[in-house]
Design a protein around this ligand. Structure first.
Ligand SMILES: [Zn+2]
Ligand SMILES: [Zn+2]
Length: 390
């Protein structure tokens, strides 16, 4: 059974989307009678109205059904798989196959694709079908609206110009977001359909790309979840075939933990290639102090604010920007991710290389280090664990 997620429309993303949908629909209804004059045009109008209903329903379902969360403190049923999964310190549990932590939702999400600001929620296992319906019905509705409104402008533009009213320029300007929205929808709808056919999320594509790089051509990674396009589509539509969004059907000779084990291996490489930096300059949220050229080449992914004196670790970058995270310095030259997690791009000019390079540890290991120092808490922890097992 699906549990309703924690979605809400009362956020800037859904409110802008609702505003756009309402405006476009209203404008289309308004000009339709004077633009589409051929016999039987009402049938086309009816079809378009149904598409708008589909847009609204799939939009609200994407928000309110939610992506589906992995339950807190989740562990693989078979302890042999413990070393093949990553620990999530925010959910105090392990990351189930195909799940990832979303910092906006604050939970590990089943089969996370991405966090979508327009629905103010993640796209994951439970709402993926509705999101695909939304991203494919939006361009269909928008293309029809754009053609009706375009015809209206083309026919009545000279007339409106002669009437010296402001309407044409306003209409023209208002049509721009429509076109942009339609194009983005087309693109996103295409990406989503491709991800269903291949049974691969955007994040999984990225992991596979890194796997090719890490393993080389001699030792290719066998992706376990691609059951063939027809079976993939059936699995996406009838989610009961997918089980509970944690246990997945896989190809013969593979395991649902193959991909998580590959991620663990990739993480180890990443941990070894980290550099420790010290914050020198407060960049502010817009990094405007970093200079015009740096701002011009600002990466599209999320940014973080650099604070003087704070410690950061980086593992990739371009000529002007680093990608990394803020870390908390623990004892013995060890550090771990800060809480709350601050991960993203920041200008290279805002930091300098730290005198001491720190070793990164997952929070779990860091806690163990602390426990070793205070034997009482260690005993308490193990007693708690034993109590749970019993
Ligand atoms: Zn989590
Ligand atoms: Zn999210």
């Amino acid at each position: 059974m699906r549990v309703f997620g924690n979605g809400t429309i009362f956020n800037w993303g859904p409110l802008i989307a609702i505003g756009l949908i309402s405006f476009i629909s209203y404008a289309t209804v308004l000009v339709h009678p004077v633009t589409v004059l051929f016999p039987g045009a009402w049938l086309l109008f009816l079809a378009w109205a149904l598409v708008v209903v589909a847009i609204v329903i799939s939009f609200l379902a994407s928000i309110y059904v939610g992506p589906g969360y992995v339950k807190l403190k989740w562990e693989p049923p078979n302890p042999d798989n413990l070393k093949k999964v990553q620990w999530c310190k925010h959910c105090h549990g392990y990351k189930a196959p195909r799940s990832h932590h979303c910092k906006d939702c604050g939970r590990c999400v089943k089969m996370l694709d991405h966090h979508c600001p327009w629905i103010n929620n993640c796209v994951g296992n439970d709402n993926k079908v509705y999101f695909i319906a939304f991203t494919t019905s939006v361009p269909i509705g928008c293309l029809y609206s754009a053609s009706v409104l375009g015809t209206f402008l083309w026919r009545y533009w000279p007339l409106l110009l002669r009437s010296r009213r402001n309407m044409p320029s306003r209409e023209f300007l208002d049509s721009l977001p429509r076109i942009v929205f339609a194009n983005q929808g087309l693109f996103n709808g295409g990406v989503q359909c491709h991800s269903v056919i291949k049974n691969k999320t955007g994040i999984e594509n990225w992991i596979l790309k890194k796997a090719r790089h890490r393993r080389g051509a001699d030792n290719p990674f066998k992706y376990p979840f691609d059951m063939g396009w027809w079976q993939n589509i059936k699995n996406a539509v009838d989610q009961s075939l997918n089980g509970d969004g944690i246990h997945w059907p896989v190809l013969d000779g593979t395991s649902p933990y193959d991909l998580t084990a590959e991620q663990v291996a990739q993480k180890a490489v990443k941990h070894n290639s980290r550099s420790t930096m010290r914050g020198e300059q407060d960049t502010g949220f817009l990094a405007w102090r970093a200079g015009f050229m740096t701002m011009l080449r600002c990466p599209w992914e999320s940014h973080i604010r650099v604070r003087p004196g704070a410690t950061y670790q980086v593992w990739r970058g371009n000529s002007l920007w680093w990608y990394g995270e803020a870390v908390e310095v623990l004892d013995n030259g060890v550090c771990t991710s800060s809480t709350p997690l601050e991960r993203g791009w920041f200008p290279k000019t805002a930091v300098s290389e730290a005198e001491q390079q720190l070793r990164y540890v997952e929070d779990r290991d860091a806690q163990l280090t602390c426990y070793r120092q205070t034997s009482t808490s260690l005993t308490m922890k193990s007693k708690k664990r034993e109590g749970k097992k019993n």
